[in-house]
Ligand binder design. Structure first.
Ligand SMILES: [Zn+2]
Length: 311
């Protein structure tokens, strides 16, 4: 105990000395000698450094240990979703999951009245499929329409899902490196032609892959080191699998809050609704409704259909 007080006293004295020195430096002239700063400063900085290290350790989470289940595709199913999601990346690039130019044949979004929770990237059966980042293989199985599937959990909690594979070349709990071959592409499950169905999940929630990563060229860019994700980017019906969504990535919590405030409202069509009724209810022209939702004026609305009702 005594030594503890001694340390505290030393620290207080050092901080004090440091502050006074700072003050006197800013007020006094340049003729001030080098004084005792050299002895007191290292003690203070060392203390601060240790404190920072401790807080870093508390914040950094062992994502591999959390909800680790090699038997089920989504071990987070029962967890409550909380937005915005926040993901950090150490890498500024990802490894391309396929060894050729990435041709996206279908995007994340609404497709044939169902959610398409990933993107489809064209490939030839037998093409190598690579892990996008370092990580640990969590799931290797057949997963309904996905066919032969591999899920890799990465160290920031993100999971990448590789589906319709012809070969799975890793086992669960294997550690994989960024760019390491984990399987071969194919058509297993519900795939019309050979392609890679790639999903990006965080706590089980499928995120629009193009919100996080740029797939349009060979640079393989991770859009930011810190990305905040609103519900919009995890909701397939807010996107069209045939159209590229306009990505403006939020890199701070404040940006995410602002982006959410600016978000377009979605209306679910009920029995008896017409375009003109929705138009007057939300004070938005029929022409805008048609343009925003890519529908014709004569389109028949279905009950349950989602429409963007803001400009
Ligand atoms: Zn797909």
């Amino acid at each position: 105990m005594k030594s503890f007080y001694m340390i505290v006293l030393t620290l207080c004295y050092s901080v004090n000395a440091f502050c006074q020195t700072e003050d006197s430096l800013s007020i006094a002239t340049k003729t001030t000698p080098k004084i005792t700063l050299e002895t007191s400063f290292p003690i203070v900085s060392l203390a601060l450094l240790n404190f920072q290290n401790t807080s870093d350790r508390i914040q950094s989470k062992d994502w591999i240990a959390e909800n680790w289940n090699t038997k089920v595709f989504n071990p987070y199913k029962k967890q409550r979703k909380q937005y915005p999601l926040h993901i950090t990346f150490d890498d500024s690039t990802y490894a391309s999951p396929i060894p050729r130019n990435k041709v996206v044949t279908s995007r994340y979004g609404w497709r044939n009245r169902r959610a398409h929770n990933g993107i489809d990237i064209d490939l030839i059966t037998g093409d190598r499929v690579m892990s996008m980042f370092d990580g640990v293989v969590r799931y290797v199985n057949r997963h309904s329409g996905h066919g032969k599937t591999i899920v890799v959990r990465h160290f920031n909690g993100l999971e990448t899902v590789y589906a319709h594979l012809s070969k799975q070349l890793v086992k669960v709990n294997d550690t994989v490196r960024k760019g390491q071959v984990i399987g071969a592409g194919g058509t297993t499950g519900n795939a019309r032609g050979s392609h890679l169905h790639l999903e990006i999940r965080f706590k089980g929630i499928p995120i629009h892959p193009e919100y996080l990563f740029d797939f349009s060229d060979e640079e393989n860019i991770v859009r930011a080191n810190s990305i905040w994700i609103n519900e919009k980017w995890t909701t397939a019906y807010r996107h069209n699998s045939k159209r590229k969504s306009n990505v403006e990535v939020c890199t701070t919590e404040a940006e995410a809050a602002q982006s959410k405030a600016d978000e377009k409202k979605i209306y679910t069509v009920r029995r008896g609704d017409t375009l003109s009724r929705i138009s007057s209810k939300y004070n938005v022209s029929i022409a805008t409704l048609c343009k925003e939702n890519a529908i014709r004026k004569t389109a028949t609305l279905r009950i349950g259909q989602k429409l963007i009702v803001t400009q």
